[in-house]
Design a protein around this ligand. Sequence first.
Ligand SMILES: NC(=O)c1ccc[n+]([C@@H]2O[C@H](COP(=O)([O-])OP(=O)(O)OC[C@H]3O[C@@H](n4cnc5c(N)ncnc54)[C@H](O)[C@@H]3O)[C@@H](O)[C@H]2O)c1
Length: 359
Amino acid sequence: MRKINLDLTDKSYDIKIGNNIIDLSTVEKFVSNKEVLIVFDSAISGSRIMQFKEMISKSILKLELIEIDANENNKSQETLSEIYSILVENKFSRDCLIIGMGGGIVCDIAGFSAATYQRGVNFLLIPTTLLAQVDASVGGKTAINHPKGKNMIGAFHQPVGVIADISFLKTLPEREISCGLSEMIKHGLINDINYFCWLEENIKQVLRLEPEAIEEAISRSIEIKTFFVKEDEKEANIRALLNFGHTFGHAIELIGEFKDYNHGEAVAIGMILALELSERIGNISKQDCIRVRELLDKAKIDTKIKNPINSTDLYKGMMGDKKKRGNTLNLVVLEDLGKAKVSNEIDESLILEILNSSL
Ligand SMILES: NC(=O)c1ccc[n+]([C@@H]2O[C@H](COP(=O)([O-])OP(=O)(O)OC[C@H]3O[C@@H](n4cnc5c(N)ncnc54)[C@H](O)[C@@H]3O)[C@@H](O)[C@H]2O)c1
């Protein structure tokens, strides 16, 4: 089992990574003598939930469960209200523990309910998709969607721990593995050319979930993510680089009504647009763009546009982005492969030109 510590000013927690690592020794210290609510993804097998429930039942005071059908429409105020109702009706105190066991949607909802119930209670994350293991479970961003914008209502609230057990990935459809790889390729692109090259060499083994390769890839991605979070927990500056491709990507998800594209796919399309932009402003070469596209293809990420997208509509969607300052879009561009920066000097006309030529 590997362990990466995320040491922040007023909180420090471990992210554990390994195969079949969920046992009493990894969870007891979090659940012991607690009222526990497990928010779990309906894709997790009933037997796995039962096993977990039985394992912790002797150490805890009270247990409630809620199953979430993970889709972006359910990352909503309605789902949140259901969680609050369980907590209130069962008289959960401020000392309770919420466990989020699922993909990024479940991690985000469980985290946001923990951030807001009685002004903040503890939560533990057991991410079960690759994307959630390398990204959504790490760093304390929690949120729900508003019908008109993704992740519009949220809070920074750090978990007490994260357990990334790769055995969950066995049941994950290949499309979802590829979505996780989209964020992992992003990690290499913005911060670590050596990791990007490593992914180029090992992509087949990672896609096949070969234990050594997948564990190494997850760990390297988490190390990059924790580096940014340690430096800038509340995203005042450098953490924003993790949004590479996301301003485009979130607008694409919105236009596709959260049905046409999975998050990782929208991010991959967003990265292609951001690479194009980086090339047009002279930071990277055409050959660099081709190299990244080849890796996205090898990772089997579907970057096709499903329904025609009007570039003006997409631009409007981008202007709704949280990262905007006043009327200026803060876009992350590459300075080179492995190095990114935020730019607020990109003309609307250039963005529209890129959207028109690429969509
Ligand atoms: N908080 C953050 O820092 C952060 C970072 C990145 C993404 N996110 C959010 O995460 C979400 C995307 O997460 P995601 O890609 O994990 O998607 P997801 O949560 O929608 O999960 C994808 C699918 O996989 C299923 N699933 C989950 N675990 C499974 C398993 N072990 N086996 C089989 N199926 C399984 C889910 O039911 C769902 O159908 C988005 O809402 C995004 O905004 C948050």
